[in-house]
Design a protein around this ligand. Sequence first.
Ligand code: PMT
Length: 222
Amino acid sequence: LTEKDLIGKRVVVTSGPTIEEIDPVRYLTNHSSGKMGYAIAGEAKKRGAFVTLISGPTSIEPPFVDEFIRIKSTQDMYNAVEESFDNCDVLIKAAAPADYSPKYYSDEKIKKTGESNLNCLELKQNIDIAKHFGSLKKDQIIVGFAAESSDEIKYGKSKLKSKNLDLIVVNNIKQKGAGFKSDTNIVSIIDKDENVESLGTMSKKDLANEILNKIGKLLKAR
Ligand code: PMT
């Protein structure tokens, strides 16, 4: 039987990719399937939390939660987080938001030839949602993820600090059975004191509960 240790807590989870439209046909995105964030949201709900799941475009079935918000772009995800941040206890950023978007959106399909073509696409940097809310947090617990292709502990520690997170879950996306799309993940969880706990291959559901166990302890100590 699942322990209902999160009753009375409001948990916001972001999940999946975001997409940045170039024109009515094309967009920029990444490989996130939403599985990691959906597992966390579903398990948090089972443990009694009031769960808001903010999801980019995915093709998997959403878990049973209290509020399910579909968004497209990183700006949309930011807006949705802003709506619920003040009243939440925990924000978990499992999403993979696009870091860049086209500087200009074209209402018309861009042609392959002629003056406006796609040989050169100007980009602008999107807002970093985790960093923004990390700088604003009062007593919220913010958990970030880091998708790295090398030196994940080093980059994870640096993101934990620069985004003012309470925990960061780092995965090396080059490892088989870790990161994007798979039903499993292989991660290390780093806390504010830079303690690193490295976990072996496990289902995203089991990992969700490992992460929620750590959050539960932080909530108790608050
Ligand atoms: O969805 P799945 O297929 O199950 O894959 C899971 C996952 C690989 C997407 C997940 O485990 C993961 O690692 N998510 C974070 C991916 C990512 O964007 O990492 P990052 O290192 O670029 O970003 C670091 C943190 O900042 C993340 O918590 C991210 O959500 C957040 N961020 C990033 C960019 C941005 N503009 N705003 C943010 O809030």
